[in-house]
Write a protein that binds this ligand. Structure first.
Ligand SMILES: Cc1cc2nc3c(=O)[nH]c(=O)nc-3n(C[C@H](O)[C@H](O)[C@H](O)COP(=O)(O)OP(=O)(O)OC[C@H]3O[C@@H](n4cnc5c(N)ncnc54)[C@H](O)[C@@H]3O)c2cc1C
Length: 359
């Protein structure tokens, strides 16, 4: 998303990002089962930098290698944080393990950026605000079908079912099949043939035929247990949590990476001056933690609230939801709806607050 890309540019990584495998998304065709409904091309798709599908492993390796240019950076590849080390009720370090080896790493500050299954979140046991989710996503890749040009996504919705597919780098099609939460176990038990058949039934015919033809070339699938939650307080006993560890994002609107990158900019703005100051102490550090949360929380809250709407419209099979989906072409021409969609799209694309690297 543009806001995530902007954060990387502010870190001086624009050229490095340009070298990564990526595909620019130019538009999306929306179907209701076999019926074509509408082609959407929001303004922010057309503007630069637009929306890009970027290889996450390549992005992460690039970030690691850029960090390694700093002589005081250490990366413990393959090590896992397993515990915290406390002194006077404040976390002073972590215990990391690899196989049977255990090490302690001390730190003036511990930042938990350990993602949606954060060990630090579990160990510190903070209070959470949780949004109950009604979907999971099954991700896999297929060879790109000829009927989809690079950059044009295909979304197909039907009551209780949705499938998002985007042609991506490497001439592949990334498919995300949205299913009712917790249902994949049951679908999987019926075997791969049956779950592909279930998926085919909800797709437009040309896509269903493509899936039938190439289903043996599908990559291994990955089931994303969709979660959306946030900590009431982002710091506990000297540990700051940011990114998914602090606010796990739903996949709606592809927001997790933007927010994590923007958290890191605000964290740098607030913590670096404190750490460089001669007056650094636990109090000044905790106050900086407070400022980080205060600066970021509105954007997180707003985006998480917006993320709850689309799955409900598709998956709650009530008459209002059905009416909404089948009237999308008409609705998309109404001024009020256009304004609402454009506000939603702009928040997803550019974020809600101004995030500028000041150091
Ligand atoms: C399948 C899938 C698709 C997604 N697609 C998108 C998308 O298109 N756009 C988008 O914006 N977001 C997407 N997301 C969400 C996005 O990946 C996250 O929101 C984002 O990566 C959060 O960044 P983070 O740095 O907070 O956490 P992560 O990127 O999850 O990083 C956490 C890191 O901590 C490490 N870690 C975890 N536990 C430990 C431990 N105990 N010890 C040491 N290290 C540990 C992990 O290995 C990982 O490297 C997707 C997520 C998934 C799972």
């Amino acid at each position: 998303m543009p806001s995530g890309f902007d954060a990387l540019c502010q870190m001086g990584l624009e050229r490095d990002v340009a070298t990564l495998p990526q595909t620019k998304i130019k538009g999306i065709d929306i179907y209701q089962e076999d019926k074509f409904l509408i082609h959407v091309e929001p303004n922010f798709f057309r503007q630069d930098p637009g929306v890009k599908w970027v290889s996450q492993p390549a992005l992460l390796e690039m970030l690691v290698s850029k960090c390694e240019e700093n002589s005081d950076f250490s990366f413990f590849r393959g090590w896992r944080c397993a515990d915290i080390v406390e002194q006077n009720k404040r976390v002073k370090g972590i215990k990391v393990v690899q196989g049977s080896e255990v090490r302690e790493i001390e730190g003036d500050i511990v930042i938990g950026a350990d993602g949606r299954t954060s060990v630090l979140r579990r160990l510190l046991n903070p209070k959470l605000h949780v949004y109950k989710q009604i979907i999971d996503v099954v991700w896999f890749k297929l060879p790109r079908p000829e009927f989809l040009n690079p950059g044009i996504g295909l979304v197909s919705v039907s009551p209780g079912n949705a499938c998002l597919s985007f042609p991506v780098y490497g001439d592949q099609l990334q498919v995300g099949w949205l299913i009712k939460k917790g249902h994949f176990g049951e679908i999987k038990r019926q075997g791969k043939e049956v779950w592909f058949q279930n998926l085919r039934n909800s797709l437009p015919k040309h896509f269903a035929n493509h899936l039938e033809k190439y289903h043996d070339k599908a990559s291994d699938y990955f089931v994303l247990d969709v979660a959306c939650s946030r900590l009431q307080r982002w710091h506990h006993r000297g540990v700051l949590m940011i990114g998914d560890a602090s606010h796990t994002m739903s996949p709606v609107g592809a927001q997790g990476i933007n927010l994590a990158l923007r958290d890191s900019i605000v964290t740098a703005n607030e913590l670096i001056p404190v750490l460089e100051s001669a007056k650094e102490n636990t109090n000044s550090i905790d106050m900086a933690f407070e400022r980080i949360q205060r600066e970021r929380i509105e954007e997180v809250k707003r985006i998480q609230k917006f993320q709850q709407v689309p799955p409900k419209l598709i998956f709650l099979q009530n008459s209002l939801a059905k009416l909404f989906v089948s009237n999308l072409p008409w609705l998309s021409k109404q001024d009020l709806v256009k304004k609402l969609f454009s506000r939603l799209g702009d928040t997803f694309a550019f974020g809600h607050s101004d995030v500028t690297l000041r150091i």
